[in-house]
Design a protein around this ligand. Structure first.
Ligand code: HEC
Length: 179
């Protein structure tokens, strides 16, 4: 819970940074309208702002992010880290997102690109260790729907998230804890 909130706070903080960066950019672009022949010149900075502002580029990280996962119709799915933080409360009874913190389940810090069953000092089931999974958006998406079906004999006592969007949101949330 605390960790989930922290994530949200960090996200909010990032949003504030984005906003303040936006403010700086805004004061730069606000200058031209004061120039005598502002009418035509003012249009240019306004158009330039979206591509010029780093704030614009950073914005999607605060909202939904596109995942390497396709839905049933074959379209790329997006996940919302903020919604994912709320869904993660179900996971947080067993998992922390801090590095090196193992509870009932292993730490989920740095999950992406990691081979299943390799967090140090955590006693995995044989089933998990020999699954051969390398955690990616797509593997997590498949696993979280029905962990016991994907890794028969796993110790993870969690039925799964049937809703594809909830899985995408949790994946987007977990990405914040992977470099
Ligand atoms: C009741 C406790 C519990 C809950 C709830 C739970 N897990 Fe787990 N999870 C575990 C355990 C225990 C393992 C180790 C499984 C094994 O060794 O077979 C695990 C393993 C994992 C792994 C594999 C990690 C690795 O290093 O191979 C991932 C990924 C994972 N859980 C994600 C989640 C997510 C996301 C949620 C919430 C949607 C969740 N878990 C909910 C207990 C839980």
């Amino acid at each position: 819970m605390k960790v989930a909130r922290l994530g949200v706070i960090t996200g909010a903080f990032a949003a504030l940074c984005v906003l303040s960066a936006c403010g700086q950019g805004g004061s730069d672009t606000a200058a031209p309208p004061e120039a005598p022949e502002a009418t035509t010149e003012a249009a240019a900075p306004a158009e330039a702002a979206p591509e010029a502002g780093p704030a614009e580029a950073a914005a999607p990280a605060v909202g939904a992010i596109v995942l390497a996962v396709t839905d049933a119709a074959g379209n790329a799915m997006s996940g919302d880290p903020a919604r994912g933080a709320r869904i993660f409360r179900q996971c947080a009874t067993c998992h922390a997102t801090d590095a090196g913190v193992n509870n009932v389940g292993p730490s989920l810090h740095g999950l992406f690109g990691r081979t299943a069953g390799t967090v140090p000092n955590f006693r995995y089931s044989q089933a998990n260790q020999s699954s051969g999974i390398v955690w990616s958006d797509a593997e997590l998406f498949r696993y979280l729907e029905a962990p016991q079906r994907v890794v028969p004999g796993t110790n993870m006592a969690f039925n799964g998230l049937r809703d594809p969007q909830q899985r995408a949101d949790v994946i987007a949330y977990l990405k914040q804890f992977s470099e």
